[in-house]
Structure formats: C-alpha cells, structure tokens
Design a protein around this ligand. Sequence first.
Ligand code: ADP
Length: 255
Amino acid sequence: MAIPIIEIDRVSKSFGHLEVLNELSFTVKPGEKLALIGPSGSGKTTILRILMTLETISGGHIRIEGEELWHMPRNGALVPADERHLHKMRAKIGMVFQLFNLFPHMTVLENVTLAPMLTKGTSKPEAKRRAMELLEMVGMAQKADAKPAQLSGGQKQRVAIARALALQPKIMLFDEVTSALDPELVEEVLNVMHRLARATDMTMLLVTHEMSFAHDFADRVLFFDRGRIVEEGPPDQIFTRPQHERTQAFLKKIL
Ligand code: ADP
C-alpha cells in the first residue's frame, strides 16, 4: 500500500483543562478529498490548525508523506521539531480560512505573487504569470489590480484560494470557507472549489457545514463528535444511510 500522505496517529490536544482531541487516529491517501463534518466544537478546525502548525499537539504523532511533523530524528531519538523543520513541512500544506486574511494594502495580484517570491525565490515575471493563471482559474483575472476592499466576500475568498495555490502545496486545507459569506455568494466559491477538486490530484481536507457540497466534493466523509470520529465512509453512505445515532441526529438537525 502507498504511504498515506497524512497520518494522524493517536493525537491528543488540550487547551488548558479542555481536552479537544483524545488519541485521534486517521490517515489520508494522496489525492484524497476528505470532508470533516460534525457539531461545532467537535475539534475539526483544531485538526486543520495542527496540520498547518498553527497549534501544537499534546500527544501522539503526525506524519506527512511519512515524515514526522512535530518531531524530528536526532541521535536515534525523536525530539521536538525546530522552526527550520516546521518551515520545511509547512511548505507542503496550504490553508484557506473562514475570513480570507488578504493583505488589505496590496492588490489582488500582489496578494497572490508575494509568498512565492518571498518564500520560494520565484522571479517576479514567473510569479505574475502563474498568479494570472490561478486568478483565471478562480474567475478573478479581471480584478488583478483591485484592492481587497473593492471586492465582495465571495471574490475575496476566491483570491484567497488562488493565493494558497500559488505556493503549490501538496495538501490544501479549507476551513469553513463559505460560512462568513452572504448566502448568494456561497455558490461561486463552492463552484471554484468543485472545479479545483476535479482538476487536481492535490490532497484536500475540508471542514464545512454545507452538507450537499461535502457530498459532491468528498471521496470520504468523517463525522466528528467531541474530538472523536464517530463514523466515516463514502458520502452516499454517510448522508443517506448513517449508521450511528449521533450522525443521524446531527444530519437531521442540519439538513
Ligand atoms: P469545530 O471546528 O469542530 O467547531 P474547534 O476545533 O474550533 O471545533 O474547537 C474545539 C474546541 O476547542 C472548542 O470547545 C473550542 O472552544 C476550543 N478551542 C479551540 N481553539 C482554542 C484555543 N485557542 N484556546 C482555547 N480553546 C480553544
């Protein structure tokens, strides 16, 4: 069997006394599109933030392409990762947040070209060429010279997606990317993500409350409750024939 691109191995995470994840384990295959669903507070976003190294872990191991994320080998033992190691691992992963986080004083094009030029040493013409391709893909090329303040929420989010893609990550994490949007703007963002999911062999993890989107987007759905996976399976199974009563109750409430 191929090495999983992501291996979450008995990962625990507490914030003070609050235990959010308790020995959570799951793996993700290269290219897999995964949807994480479940009630608010069940730990979904925390998992993405840990993968993005925005949060540390309290126990367990995470491996990306077989390599430890939070630890590194030294003298035959595993020691906590240093900044350099985290930097290297981080380059494999991109994330799109609920609240866009675009740089307000920069144009759309500058937002997309900045990171490749700074972190990868990409030349300006090459970064621009690639950014325009990505902006084309998300339907935002005509706004390349606009500032974020001149864009709608849906447009900002599409630029944020292009910006994350510009670093060519192997893994993309999407955290509730439509939940801050007015309802009429949700569709355009979901359409872009749908097209993206079909067009690439990138591995994608999506946290969402849009169940019909999760159904269309994902190869596999994980249902979380209180930091545990209660049930997982292909979308058809989870959404039409959930086995566990907690999944049934959640879906009944949300659909
Ligand atoms: P979900 O994404 O499923 O809604 P989260 O991962 O955001 O859940 O949160 C899980 C739990 O962890 C919640 O109870 C939340 O309040 C708590 N939590 C998340 N981040 C922090 C933090 N930085 N400090 C303290 N508690 C946090």
